[in-house]
Design a protein around this ligand. Structure first.
Ligand code: SAM
Length: 460
């Protein structure tokens, strides 16, 4: 039974998969200390907020949450409030100045210290702060991670980023690249499979830059692919500058590696790419996509794009629209530029008006939705392998194909974690729908599944 007064926690997470994975580590560590998770802050003795600093809006969410928690703390002075992750790392003591009711503050490399700092806070030793970016970020034991999903598990492959993109605060929040030893990664995957996970997603800010001694990213994929019982491997985020023929071959040849690549381009204009210091041109990006498509037939692509970067003209934006059309992405995340303190772009005027940024975001999203609807329609009539990962309301479930397409189908909770063969009967811009036509008992190779659509690759 949960001891409500002493042993409960609630975690709120903002940001990307890496932040989610960090929260899973904190949750696991707290559970190991005897805490139980609850669904709302009002029932918790410890509230931990894991933060994202990539855009101003995301960073400000922290203070909105802390504003709401101030009242809870007034009602319950024993409540321990912790803040961790990217905003904590970036703003440090300024978080405590703005929100003195925070008891624990940890940076991106210090999550393993959360239980200890909470213990100190509970005996009045506050605030407990650890922002040491030199600390070993991989100290949370694999077995202690409380994975949110029972189907797909995140696995940290590397921390930090060595790139110098003008807009990006990540190198400031997460520091330079640190590669996790490959044996640790493989051992974690092995233990996840033993616990029933079918799919892993390897995480890193530029995961395809992974290098541990002689083990590059393609070799890491090969070693993870060798883990018996594992069915699917995904990874994110890849940087176009680190795509190699070896990576393409790994995507083609390793049966468990899913045929899907998230490859942020950020802009289709050479002028903007140069300012952004992305390290490639528009043509080189297109060449990279071509190399991958030549070697890996049917490979699905998604991307991140920033619009309204300082000085981005209508012509620059049109080049982005044109590139997006030329590649024919399967998904695109579009962001309005947000000036971030500490980045080099922060020093130049943020001169594209917010209304214009919103117009560009909408236009690009609308175009992309048309492309996705068209590409998804090509799957109608084909059979795909779906790993069911979500139970929806009203007696239906959904899951993902190897190409990361969402598929909705009739079914009950019993299908969660199952591989189902699905006949695709409908398609929208963001998902497919279909009916189960068999449950797959053994691990099929992706090449034999989900590539039955008539789909030709788009113009390049
Ligand atoms: N490390 C990855 C990379 O650079 O490709 C992903 C980093 S970030 C967590 C995810 C996305 O947020 C980026 O790919 C970029 O499109 C977007 N982003 C980063 N900084 C931004 C900024 N200052 N304003 C708007 N979007 C931003």
């Amino acid at each position: 039974m949960i001891n409500k007064r002493e042993n409960t926690f609630f975690i709120e997470t903002f940001g990307c998969q890496m932040n989610v994975n960090d929260s899973e580590k904190v949750a696991g560590l707290l559970q190991a200390e005897g805490y139980a998770s609850v669904g709302e802050p009002a029932r918790a003795d410890v509230v931990f907020i894991n933060t994202c600093a990539v855009r101003e809006g995301a960073a400000e969410k922290l203070y909105h949450s802390l504003g709401r928690l101030r009242q809870l703390k007034t009602q319950n002075p024993q409540l321990v409030i912790g803040v961790g992750g990217c905003v904590a790392q970036l703003q440090g003591q300024r978080v405590l100045k703005r929100a003195p009711h925070v008891d624990v503050l940890v940076g991106t490399h210090n999550f393993s210290r959360v239980p200890e700092l909470i213990r100190q806070a509970r005996v009045g030793l506050t605030p407990g702060v650890d922002l040491d970016r030199g600390a070993d970020a991989f100290t949370v034991p694999s077995g202690a991670i409380a994975h949110t999903s029972t189907v797909r598990a995140y696995v940290t492959a590397m921390e930090g980023c060595n790139h110098v993109c003008s807009f990006c605060v990540v190198p400031k929040t997460r520091g330079p690249e640190v590669n996790r030893p490959s044996e640790q990664i493989v051992a974690e995957v092995r233990s996840l499979v033993a616990r029933g996970f079918s799919e892993v997603m390897l995480l890193g800010q530029t995961v395809n830059a992974y290098q541990d001694g002689d083990v590059d990213f393609a070799e890491l994929l090969a070693r993870v692919d060798g883990v018996g019982g594992l069915r699917r491997i995904r990874f994110t985020t890849s940087h176009p500058g680190h795509v190699t023929p070896r990576l393409a071959d790994a995507l083609r040849d390793l049966p468990r590696v899913c045929p899907y690549l998230h490859l942020p381009v950020q802009s289709g204009s050479d002028r903007v790419l140069t300012h952004m210091r992305r390290g490639y041109t528009r043509q080189r990006y297109l060449d990279t996509v071509r190399l991958l498509r030549d070697r890996v037939p049917g490979l699905a692509f998604s991307s991140d794009i920033i619009v309204g970067y300082p000085g981005e003209s209508e012509r620059d934006f049109e080049q982005t629209l044109d590139l997006v059309e030329a590649v024919g992405f399967d998904g695109v995340f579009v962001f309005g530029y947000s000036a971030r303190p500490g980045t080099s772009a922060f020093r130049v005027p943020d001169d594209v008006p917010e209304a214009e940024k919103r117009r560009r975001v909408t236009l690009l999203n609308d175009r992309q939705q048309e492309t996705q609807a068209r590409r998804n329609r090509e799957w109608v009539g084909s059979r795909v392998e779906v790993l069911v990962d979500t139970i929806r309301e009203g007696g239906s479930v959904s899951g993902r194909t190897p190409h990361f397409r969402i598929v909705h189908l009739e079914g009950s909770a019993a299908l969660l974690g199952q591989f189902v063969e699905v006949q695709v009967t409908g398609a929208g811009a963001n998902s497919l729908s279909g009916r189960p036509c068999g449950r797959l008992s053994s691990a099929p190779t992706h090449a034999n599944n989900s590539l039955t659509a008539s789909s030709g690759n788009p113009i390049l």
